[in-house]
Design a binder for this molecule. Structure first.
Ligand code: ATP
Ligand code: MG
Length: 496
C-alpha cells in the first residue's frame, strides 16, 4: 500500500483511507490471534496451507468484529476433520460434498473449506465442486473482489489478487473476472450484489449492474431456498432500499419478487394517488426505525424480518384492486385481503416456513383495520377483536400501522400518531383488566357439556363459539351470568 495516507476519491459509501483499513485489519487479527495462531501452527505442522478468507477479512478491514471465522486450506476435508476434531470442543460436517468442516471452540465458530476451483453446470441448481490447489485459484472463483481477499496463517500475509482493498476503500462491488462469466457460473451472485449493496452501503460497479440487467432471467435456475436466503439478508440489512432498488432496476425483482416492481403504478392524470412503490419503500424504512419498540415490548431481536417483509408487501394488493371511478377518484377496495393472498402465495413459492407465512400474511391482512378507528369511536368489542385477530402479531401490527403513514402533511401525520397512541392505550387498559391476549369464553368445554347435559360433538363447539363471541362483545362475565346466557342460547336453539 503506497500513498497510504492519501484520502481516496469518494464514491458510494464514505471512502476509507488505506492506512485505516490496514490498522483495522491488524487490530482485528490481534484480537483473533489466540485462535488463528493455534490453527495456523497446527495446519502448518501437518504440511497444509491455511488462510482466513472472505467475509471475516472484509469485515475486519471495515472495522467490524465477528467470532465466526471462515478459513480456506490446501488440506482435504478428511485431513481438516482430523485436525479440528483434536482441537475444538465440537465439530460438524457442513456437507462433505462442499468440502467444509465446521468446529466450535469456546465462543469461536470456525469453518474450514478446502480450496476450490469450482465449475458449474449452467443447467444445474447446485454448483459442482472440484478441489483446487492454490489460494489464488480459490479466491478467483469468489463473488466480489472485496470478498476475494485472504490472510495467510500463521504469517498474516494479506493476499489480494483482484484489488479488493482498493474496492473496499472506495466502497464498490466488482467481480474478480468479468461479471458475465461470474454470473453465468452462479446467477445467485446477482442477488448477492444487491445484498451487499444493502449490507455494506457499497455502490455496485456499472459493468456489474449492466450484466445483472442483461442476465436477470438466469436467476430462474437458482433454487428458491438460495434466493430466499439472500432476500432475507438483503431485507434485514441496514440499507434495504439500495438493494431493493437494484433488484427492481435490473429486472431481477421481476423474477424473485414481481409484486414489488408491480407497485410502480402509473399515476393517473390527476395525480390523485401516491406512487405506491415509493410509499412502500418509505414504509419499510419507517418500520425499521420503529424496530426498537418490538424489542422493548415484545422481546423480538432486531432486525425483524417479519415486520420488514410485511411492510414491503402490505400494499401488493393495490395493482390488482385499483379502480378508477367516474368522479376521477381511485379506489383499492379489499387490497388488504387480496394482498395477503398474494403475499402468502409468493412466500410459499420462496419456501418460507408456515409460521413466517402466517405472520406476514396476517399483518398484511390487518394493516387497514385501524383506519376504521376514526377518532376513538371503536367499541370495547372492536378493540378486543383487533387484539384477538392480531394474536401474536399485535406489536408488529402496531409498528406496521404506524409506519404506514407517509403523508407529508405534518398535522395529519401527528393526528394519526395520536389516534394510534390512543388505541394502544385503550388496548393496554383493556388488557390489564381482561388479559385480552388469552381471551377464552367464560366457560370451558367440560362446563358446557355438564350444564347442557350433552356429549362431545359439534354442538359443544358451537356453544363454545357463542360464548367466545359473547365474551368479546361484553368483556368478562361471572360464571352464573355465562351459565344463564348459555342456557338461554341453548333453549332458543332447540326451539328453532
Ligand atoms: P455473511 O456470512 O455475513 O452472510 P459472507 O461474505 O461471509 O457474509 P457467505 O455467504 O458466508 O458470505 O460466504 C462466505 C464467502 O464465500 C464470501 O465472502 C465469498 O467469498 C464466498 N461466496 C459465498 N457465496 C458465493 C457465491 N455464490 N459465489 C462466489 N463466492 C461466494
Ligand atoms: Mg459468512
Amino acid at each position: 500500500m503506497t500513498d497510504a495516507d492519501a484520502a481516496l476519491p469518494p464514491s458510494g459509501a464514505a471512502p476509507r483511507r488505506l492506512v485505516d483499513v490496514q490498522a483495522a485489519v491488524n487490530a482485528e487479527l490481534d484480537r483473533l490471534a489466540p485462535v488463528l495462531d493455534e490453527l495456523g501452527a497446527l495446519f502448518e505442522a501437518a504440511g497444509h496451507e491455511l488462510a482466513l478468507v472472505g467475509g471475516p477479512v472484509r469485515d475486519a478491514m471495515l472495522g467490524r468484529r465477528s467470532n465466526d471465522l471462515d478459513l480456506t486450506t490446501s488440506a482435504r476435508p478428511e485431513q481438516t476433520e482430523r485436525i479440528l476434531k483434536a482441537w475444538g470442543d465440537a465439530w460438524w460436517d457442513m456437507g462433505r460434498d462442499f468440502g467444509t468442516i465446521g468446529c466450535r471452540k469456546g465462543d469461536w465458530v470456525v469453518e474450514v473449506t478446502t480450496y476450490r476451483s469450482e465449475s458449474y453446470d449452467p443447467s444445474s441448481r447446485k454448483p459442482e465442486v472440484a478441489y483446487g490447489d492454490t489460494l489464488e485459484g480459490d479466491l478467483g472463483r469468489r463473488d466480489f473482489a472485496v470478498n476475494a481477499m485472504a490472510v495467510r496463517l500463521p504469517g498474516r500475509e494479506v493476499v489480494d489478487p483482484f484489488g479488493g482493498v482498493l474496492d473496499l476503500a472506495h466502497g464498490v462491488l466488482r467481480t474478480p473476472g468479468t461479471p458475465e462469466q461470474s454470473f453465468s457460473d452462479d446467477p445467485l451472485r446477482m442477488m448477492r450484489a444487491a445484498r451487499f449493496a444493502a449490507q455494506l452501503g457499497f455502490t455496485v460497479d456499472d459493468a456489474v449492474v449492466a450484466a445483472m440487467t442483461a442476465m436477470a432471467d438466469r436467476i430462474a435456475i437458482v433454487s428458491a431456498e438460495r434466493v430466499r436466503d439472500e432476500l432475507v439478508k438483503l431485507i434485514c440489512a441496514p440499507h434495504p432500499r439500495e438493494g431493493l432498488e437494484l433488484l427492481v432496476g435490473t429486472g431481477l425483482a421481476d423474477h424473485v419478487l414481481p409484486e414489488l416492481p408491480a407497485l410502480r403504478l402509473e399515476r393517473d392524470e390527476h395525480h390523485r394517488h401516491k406512487d405506491v412503490y415509493d410509499h412502500t419503500l418509505t414504509v419499510l424504512e419507517q418500520a425499521i426505525e420503529l424496530e426498537p419498540r418490538l424489542n422493548e415490548r415484545a422481546d423480538l431481536p432486531a432486525p425483524d424480518f417479519v415486520s420488514r417483509f410485511a411492510a414491503l408487501m402490505h400494499d401488493v394488493g393495490k395493482p390488482r384492486t385499483r379502480r378508477f371511478l367516474d368522479d376521477g377518484t381511485v379506489t383499492f377496495h379489499h387490497h388488504d385481503v387480496v394482498g395477503a393472498k398474494i403475499t402468502r402465495k409468493r412466500m410459499r413459492a420462496l419456501k418460507f416456513s408456515n409460521d413466517q407465512i402466517e405472520a406476514v400474511g396476517s399483518l398484511v391482512e390487518l394493516h387497514l383495520r385501524f383506519h376504521g378507528y376514526g377518532s376513538g369511536e371503536w367499541t370495547d368489542a372492536a378493540v378486543r377483536r383487533y387484539v384477538r385477530d392480531a394474536g401474536d402479531q399485535l406489536e408488529r401490527l402496531h409498528v406496521l400501522t404506524r409506519a404506514d403513514c407517509t403523508t407529508r402533511n405534518k398535522r395529519k401525520a401527528e393526528r394519526l400518531r395520536r389516534t394510534y397512541d390512543d388505541l394502544e392505550q385503550r388496548i393496554d387498559r383493556l388488557s390489564a383488566e381482561e388479559e385480552l391476549a388469552s381471551i377464552r369464553p367464560d366457560l370451558d368445554g367440560n362446563q358446557i357439556m355438564t350444564i347442557l347435559g350433552i356429549e362431545p360433538g359439534r354442538e359443544v363447539g358451537e356453544a363454545y363459539k357463542f360464548l367466545l363471541e359473547l365474551r368479546l362483545d361484553n368483556g368478562p362475565m361471572s360464571e352464573d351470568d355465562a351459565t344463564a346466557a348459555l342456557r338461554q342460547w341453548w333453549a332458543e336453539r332447540q326451539r328453532d
